[in-house]
Write a protein of this length. Structure first.
Length: 65
């Protein structure tokens, strides 16, 4: 036989679980220290400069055809 479920309690538990899930996502997105954010920004900038430096055509140069 099936278990009897109180729909009010099930709805409230579902809402609590959703709040926990959203809180975990927010911690992952925004829960970093200032130093970690600066480090990640520095790494991204260095990789952008590296890629830009190895392009065949510089931005703004007319192509030779």
């Amino acid at each position: 036989m099936a278990d009897i479920v109180n729909l009010r309690q099930a709805r409230k538990q579902k809402a609590r679980d959703e709040k926990v899930r959203v809180a975990e996502q927010n911690r992952a997105l925004h829960g970093r220290s200032k130093a970690e954010k600066q480090r990640d920004r520095l790494i991204a900038d260095k990789s952008d400069k590296f890629v830009a430096g190895h392009r065949r055509e510089k931005p703004g140069e007319p192509s030779e055809r």
